[in-house]
Structures are given as C-alpha cells and as structure tokens.
Ligand binder design. Structure first.
Ligand code: OXD
Ligand code: MN
Length: 618
C-alpha cells in the first residue's frame, strides 16, 4: 500500500513516540483522517509536567496554589448526560430497560458524521492507557487507547488511568484494546438540552469501541473511567462470563489485635456517601485497634480466584471526586489528597483570581468573608452579585477534584498488587430516611443479589419521589448498564455462585431520621466502621445477630459502641425494622422488578420469600 503524505506523517509521529502496535497505529490513522486534527501527539504520563505548563500558558487551566490547578468547563457542560448516553451493539437482544440500546451500524455512521473534520485546527492526543495494575488477571480487558482533542482531558486521564505507550505495545492479541474516541465539538453550538441536542455518548460494546462527541466534562470525556471502566467492562465481564464490573467502592479493614484483614466492596447511588465511606478512617475510640485502607471510591472489577474466593480491584489510578461537602469532618483524607503539591485539578469550584484559592459549598460552613478576587464557577465576580443572586452557589453542585490514588493518605500499600484482594463482604446502601435499618446482613446469594437489584435511594427531586417511593438504582449501575437486566442478574448469580467461599452481603443505611423531628439517628462518617466490623464478625462466626424477614440485624451488645454517645431509643430504631413500611416497599419492588424480562427465577423466589416472611411478622 502506498502511503499518502498524511499517513506518512502520522507514521513518523507514532514511530517517534515508540508506539509500535500495528492495530493501534491503524486505528489512530483512521480516526485522524475522520476528525482532521492539525497535529497529533502521543501521550505518556511522563509528559504531564510539560502538558500542564502548556495548558497554563494557553489559559486552559489556572494556578490554584502550589502544584494545584483549576479548570472551568462550559456552563452547559458540567455533568454526565444520561439521556444522551447510548449502548450500541449489532444484536437487538442486547436491549435492556436502562442501557438505551441502539443499532451499532446506525450509531457508528451518525458519530462518524458528527466527528468528521471536528478536530480541525486542534491537536489530537493519543492516550494509551491501562485500567488495571499491570499483570492483573483482567489486564487484557483493561487496555485502551483514547483519542481526544482536548488537553485538559489528557491531564485528567494522566491522573485517572495508567498512561504510557508501553501498555499497548506488546499485547498477546494486538487487536484487543478498547478504541475510545473523544471529540469535544463546538460546545457553544451543540444545543445541549434542546430537541436539537447534538451530543452523543456511545459505547459500541460488542466492538469495544467508544465514541463520545460533544462534551469536555470528565464523566463524558474521560473514557477510561465510566465508558470503559464501567459500561464496556460490565459488558466484557458478561460476554466472557468471567467477571463483574461495578460502580463500587473498595476498602480494607485490619484488626491489629488479631491480625485479621477484611475487604469490603459496595454500591451506593449518588449522594449516598460512597466516596466518604471509601476513604473513611476509624472513629477515634477504635483507632488504636483498627486500620482502614482505601482501595477505590468508584469502580471495582471482581472475579473468582483460583482459591474459590471473590477477588476485586479498582481499575482506576485516581479519584474524580465530588467537591461539595468535602471537609475535615466528612472526608479528611480527601482534603489531604488535594493539598498543595498533589498536582490535583479542581473543576467548576469557586476560584480567587488574586490569591488562587479555591472554595466550594460545604468546605467551610460559610464562604470566605472577603469577596475580593472571588469568582463563581462560571467566572462571574461574587462581589458583583445582585441581592437576588446572593444565595446562588459559588461552586457548581457537581464540581470536582481530580487526584491520584497515591495522594490519599490511607491508600492501601497493596492497591497496585496485580492479584487484587479477596472480598469478604458486598454492601449496598442508599440514602433513606426510613425503612432501612443501620445494617442488615444477607447470607443467601440470591437474596443478596435481589437486594442489589432493588437498591434505591430517596429521590432527590420531589417529582420523582411519589408516595415515599425510592428511586431504584440496581447495584448503583442504572446509568452504566450495558446489557439487559435479566442476564445481568443471572451473571451475578453465576459469578458469586462459582465462589466456594462466598462473600457475605449486607444493606447499610447511615441516613435514617427520626420520624418526628427529622434528626439523623446515626452519627455517620467514621462511626460507620462499627457496622462494617459487626458484619465481618458475623461472617467469621464471632457474633450471630438476630434474624428478621429482611436479613440478620445486630443486637445492641454485638455492635461495638465504645466511645460513642448515642440515644438508646435511636439505637433501638436503628436496629429494628418497620414491618408495615416494608410491606409497602415489597409492592414497590415487585413493580420495579417486573420491568425486567428474563429475571432468573431465583430472584423472584428470594423476593417471595422476603414478602412471605414479612406477612408472618406481627
Ligand atoms: C459518576 C462519577 O458520575 O463517578 O458517577 O463521576
Ligand atoms: Mn461514580
């Protein structure tokens, strides 16, 4: 084949960067011809300091203190867009309730059209990445190459994934990598939220190709994270029959007295405290005895190890955390992870153009008193606000910080271990003011999976929350589902069923409130460890709890309450269930599950068993 001038030029760039995988080169050439950038650059994390300087010089990011950076995204581009997110395949039977399925051929044609020539005048960055520790048993599912025309996206990827050409050069199958194409588009003319919306965030799951057009916000633009790490991974895990890719945090607990170490993974719908729990520290009174290790705050891939245990790992290399309400009480570890020198990037928080400080709601009880130099997340001067605007937030509610895992002070020393860690417990927890006790443990696998499928949290908008109904968010994967819910449940039963030493399941709730005055019954935050310790003791047979129709609850004596001041009546409520409320909940759950064709019979059996046990309760 004779090479035209453009192809020869691309080849020279890839040679210069040492990118030798012929299939990757072909992919880069193909999309360079479609998107038409002015130049191409292959990225490695070693280039980060130079790229940061270039982005500072270009005004794309701003200095935010020593070794800290600030970025602002277009004001209509600040969050994931679920309605614009699609999973496409060539097989209509992949259509589920939540995956927004469309035919692959149609989507590829549409996206190619939108992307054609759309990177004109820009640099196309080639980001070879790995969503795993090198040597992981799931490494072959973790390889990807993102193309992006946005330098700030590169800086974020350098923090969120392992980035280097070496991750894609010597693959056993050179064609087995995720093709992840990101084109920003003309953000000011995309009709966001209108009938003419041009944004499309498509995962062509059976071709392992991601095509995202029309955003530079992390959740839509960092393709290693949500599109690959969750949607593609869960599809790969299912189609290979070998693993689960879930929106789960992962932590470890060590009992220094006995030397025991446990690991817990868990799914929490948004605004239910997942990141804070993942990074939690023990309460002061238990700090001498227990140590908590942080592994991951957002994604876990889980598989069955040779010893018959469930293993898990966090495929990410960083944290893309919600800034709002991060403070010394809620998450001191996160504050350490974004302190000067960490090279963290803040997005859409408030920024002081004179002092380079940042601030977001909940960082301190009150915003800075001296308004001089402060700009809100849109870049407008706070001091110029009219009285009507005075109450508006300074930071966007979905403003973020991006930092590497290693910056979190209690990062596990073995977080990078390719073998992953054995999982002892899987927990689910949605923010609910009633019905859910502090913790209820579930030892039956089908009942545990059923509990994950019926995970819900209080709706955040009044309109969604009819009659105290929860917004169901199965396994906290609703926005990331890539294949139908029936097979999804069957795949869960298969993977956990293959374990000869199965993890225990549990449902937790840190947010129960008093029915009369609304106060939180449980203090939350670091105290949450007490519930997890009980769960691990139950798994080890050191406590036995009391049976209830919806699982095993701790007795008051079993829960370690050393140093905790809690009103006895509140504790009674936290450790009991409201049978009438649960009977009503069962009806809601039935309607929720009935949407999913092909749900395994074991799940319906578990549902009926819980319903019958509730009927028998006085
Ligand atoms: C999310 C995230 O949107 O983790 O869930 O950023
Ligand atoms: Mn998430």
């Amino acid at each position: 084949m004779t090479k035209g001038p453009f192809v020869a030029e691309v080849d020279a760039i890839l040679d210069g960067a040492g990118l030798t995988n012929a299939k990757v080169r072909e992919y880069v050439r193909y999309w360079a011809e479609v998107t038409g950038p002015e130049s191409i650059e292959v990225v490695s994390v070693a280039d980060d300091a130079r790229l940061v300087q270039e982005a500072l010089d270009a005004g794309e990011i701003l200095p935010a203190g020593e070794g800290l950076y600030y970025s602002r995204s277009y004001y209509k581009d600040t969050a994931r867009s679920e309605e614009r997110t699609i999973v496409a395949t060539s097989n209509e039977s992949d259509k589920g309730v939540y995956n927004n399925w469309r035919p692959a051929a149609e989507m590829k044609e549409l996206l190619t059209g939108l992307m054609r020539g759309a990177s004109a005048g820009k640099t196309m960055y080639v980001i070879p990445y790995l969503m795993a520790a090198p040597g992981s048993p799931l490494e072959k599912y973790a390889v990807g190459v993102q193309l992006t025309d946005n330098r700030s996206v590169v800086l974020h990827m350098n923090r969120m994934a392992r980035v280097s050409p070496e991750h894609v050069n010597n693959l056993a199958d050179p064609d087995h990598f995720v093709r992840a194409v990101h084109v920003t588009g003309d953000l000011e003319n995309l009709g966001q939220g209108t009938p003419q919306d041009k944004r499309y965030f498509v995962t062509v799951a059976d071709e392992r190709t991601i095509l995202h057009f029309g955003s530079s916000y992390g959740g839509n633009a960092l393709l290693g994270k949500i599109a690959h790490g969750l949607r593609q991974a869960s599809y790969d895990g299912w189609s290979s029959g070998t693993f689960l890719g879930e929106q789960f945090m992962l932590l470890g607990i060590t009992d220094r007295q006995t030397g025991k170490k446990w690991h817990i993974a868990g799914g929490f719908p948004s605004a239910s405290g997942k990141t804070n729990l993942a990074m939690t520290l023990p309460p002061d009174a238990l700090g001498d005895r227990y140590h908590v290790d942080f592994y991951g705050d957002d994604i876990a891939w889980m598989w069955v190890g040779e010893d018959g245990r469930l293993y898990g790992m966090n495929p990410e290399f960083g944290v893309f955390g919600v800034a709002k309400d991060t403070n010394e009480k809620t998450n001191p570890g996160a504050l350490d992870a974004i302190k000067p020198g960490t090279r963290a990037i803040f997005t859409n928080v408030a920024y002081n153009e004179k002092t380079h400080e940042t601030w977001f709601e909940g960082r301190t009880p009150q915003p800075p008193a001296d308004l001089d130099g402060w700009l809100d997340w849109k870049g407008n001067r706070i001091a110029d606000r009219t009285p009507e605007q005075a109450g508006e937030p300074w930071a966007h509610p979905n403003s973020r910080f991006t930092t590497t895992l290693a910056n979190v002070p209690n990062i596990a020393t073995d977080f990078d271990k390719p073998a992953g860690v054995p999982i002892d417990g899987i927990i689910f927890g949605g923010r609910t003011r009633d019905r859910e006790p502090l913790i209820r443990a579930i030892t039956d696998v089908a009942e545990g999976v059923y509990d994950g499928l019926t995970l819900g949290a209080e709706a955040t908008f009044a309109a969604d929350g009819l009659d105290g109904q929860l917004r169901y968010d199965l396994m906290s994967m609703r926005p990331f589902m890539s294949y139908p819910e029936g097979p999804y449940a069957a795949h869960w039963l298969k993977i956990i069923g293959e374990c000869t030493d199965q993890p225990i399941f549990a449902h937790v709730n840190w947010f129960q409130r008093d029915a009369e005055d609304g106060h939180f019954l449980w203090p939350g935050y670091r105290e949450n460890l007490r519930a997890l310790l009980w769960l691990m003791q139950l798994r080890d047979g050191d406590v036995s709890g009391v049976a209830s129709p919806v699982g095993i609850l701790p007795t008051k004596d079993e829960l370690n309450l050393d140093g905790l001041d809690i009103v006895p009546a509140d504790l009674d409520t936290l450790l009991s269930i409201d049978v009438d409320r649960w009977k009503q909940e069962i009806g809601f759950r039935e309607a929720h599950l009935a949407q999913f064709p092909g749900l395994p019979e074991e799940i319906w059996t578990a549902h009926r068993r819980v319903a019958a046990a509730l009927e028998e309760e006085e």
